[in-house]
Design a protein around this ligand. Structure first.
Ligand SMILES: Nc1ncnc2c1ncn2[C@@H]1O[C@H](COP(=O)(O)OP(=O)(O)OP(=O)(O)O)[C@@H](O)[C@H]1O
Ligand SMILES: [Mg+2]
Length: 472
């Protein structure tokens, strides 16, 4: 005995009730569950609560443009099969709908056979797309919401993003500078049911400390000098969507306690106001520091850390992603060649080997910079090794002694002149100190000058601080 086949759900969107009744009559003998609505808005609500397998859509609706309804249905479920019903005079519109991805259209008046046949085909396509989607889910991907790379390390990242996207749980992203933390935050939002609502990003390191509270929670007119009108903050603007707090470890500790309250209760109190509002946001936080070390050093509140660190997402450094570096480089080369009007078509094998061998302290951002410079400065059909920056040259077979005029020994400070050699850590320390001095202690900018990640500098500073403390 076979179980009766599961009824397929059809959403019929038709504002003329007699016509809708006629279509339902046409489909009477099919194993279908037909839901009829007369308005666009009702159609979207119905699709949300009872997702249809196929849709019959009359483009002329009283409350919404039929093409907008089509777009919204496809945004919800890109695999849905939509059959357009159109009058003779509006075939252009139906063709436009097909261009937007509708499955087919039928011209009024039509008979039961025509409707049945079209619908059967639409349902068959739906079933096929489900099978393909199923396969695709299991397959490894080399692209995912703005990420390029098919390495095992990135497959794990994609899977985490996909599995957390549907929940409201807060996500804490860590990773060296340039590993794609912002890309990941966007991906979480886009893969989530919140994707049609706002994604609001706030960089805690880029906003002056005394303005940060108002940026997050908003302010009322007169709250401080310059507050000439009420202004909603990021938390309010992100209502229903995602709030991305970038460089979260840079947030001053007193503001961290206000943020903690918000994370616990969803209550927002604008600066200068006594009134609370409640919002529904999903928080994604990111840092290129080691958050636990920040907690231990007393710079980051432990209770806030645990509230935000519900789902950890660690982005691997580019040097640990195997072939991804070449894959990303090829995609970037194609983009830059197009943008700069150059004619490169590929990398010479030696260049690919050097891309693989280099350790990419600035990760994908550094790869972007290297390739952009190269494309701007050179031309040809192949990218050859001589076009790469000197620091990516293969290491020389015999280490060179620093020369008096060009080597680090002439750089001054603790570094001696001439042929004298000092321990490498001393050179490193001097260079980091110098970069910090030149940038006014701006760690991210110093990191850029040194072509290392800011977290490396933070780590070194901490290391030196603790060795100096123990030395005293
Ligand atoms: N896997 C990837 N594929 C393609 N592009 C990427 C990938 N990862 C990052 N990028 C690109 O590299 C650049 C840096 O990424 P992003 O800004 O997300 O890094 P980040 O981790 O936030 O860095 P920082 O800590 O310095 O803020 C962006 O232009 C981003 O689009
Ligand atoms: Mg970032």
């Amino acid at each position: 005995m076979h179980a009766p086949p599961k009824k397929r759900r059809i959403l019929l969107i038709e504002d003329m009730v007699p016509l809708a009744k006629l279509y339902i009559e046409f489909l009477r003998n099919e194993p279908l569950d037909v839901v009829h609505v007369a308005r666009g808005r009702d159609a979207l609500a119905s699709a949300e609560s009872r997702p249809p397998d196929a849709v019959i859509l009359d483009l002329k609706l009283p409350d919404m443009d039929g093409l907008d309804v089509l777009r919204a249905l496809q945004d919800r479920d890109p695999g849905v099969s939509v059959v357009i019903v159109t009058a003779h005079g509006s075939i252009d519109l139906a063709v436009e709908a097909m261009r937007l991805g509708a499955f087919d259209f039928i011209v009024k008046p039509f008979n039961a056979d025509r409707l049945n046949l079209t619908l059967r085909n639409a349902l068959e396509r739906r079933a096929l797309t489900r099978i393909v989607e199923g396969y695709r889910k299991d397959l490894d991907r080399d692209r995912f919401h703005g990420f390029i790379g098919g390495s095992d390390e990135m497959q794990a990242v994609y899977r985490t993003i996909e599995s957390v996207a549907t929940s409201r749980a807060n996500v804490f992203i860590t990773g060296e500078s340039g590993t794609g933390k912002e890309v990941a935050a966007h991906a979480i939002h886009r893969a989530s049911p919140r994707r049609d609502r706002a994604f609001i990003a706030l960089n805690c390191a880029a906003i002056p400390k005394d303005l940060l509270e108002s940026e997050i929670f908003g302010h009322v007119k007169g709250a401080f000098t310059g507050a000439t009108a009420d202004r909603p903050g990021a938390a309010m603007l992100a209502h229903g969507g995602t709030l991305f707090l970038d460089e979260i470890c840079e947030m001053p500790v007193d503001l961290q306690s206000k943020l903690l309250r918000f994370v616990q209760t969803g209550a927002v109190t604008p600066v200068g106001s006594g009134q609370e509002a409640r919002v529904d946001v999903r928080i994604v936080a990111a840092t290129n520091r080691d958050p636990l070390a920040e907690v231990q050093a007393g710079r980051f509140r432990e209770d806030l850390y645990y509230r935000l660190h519900v789902i950890p997402l660690a982005l691997p450094p580019l040097r640990d992603r195997g072939e991804d570096v070449v894959e990303i480089a090829r995609a970037l080369l194609a983009d830059y060649v197009r943008e700069e009007g150059k004619s490169f078509t590929a990398f010479a094998p030696e260049v690919e080997a050097r891309l693989r061998g280099y350790d990419w302290p600035g990760n994908v951002r550094q790869l972007q910079n290297v390739l952009r410079n190269m494309v701007v400065l050179h031309d040809g059909a192949w990218v050859t090794a001589d076009m790469l920056p000197a620091r990516m040259a293969a290491p020389p077979a015999v280490p060179c002694a620093p020369s008096a005029s060009t080597g680090p020994a002439s750089a001054g400070g603790v570094l001696p002149d001439g042929d004298a050699v000092v321990p490498l850590w001393q050179v490193e320390k001097e260079m980091i100190r110098r970069a910090l001095r030149l940038t006014g202690d701006d760690v991210p900018r110093a990191a850029l000058m040194l072509e290392i990640s800011p977290s490396t500098i933070y780590r070194k500073l901490q290391q030196w601080r603790s060795t100096e403390e123990t030395a005293v």
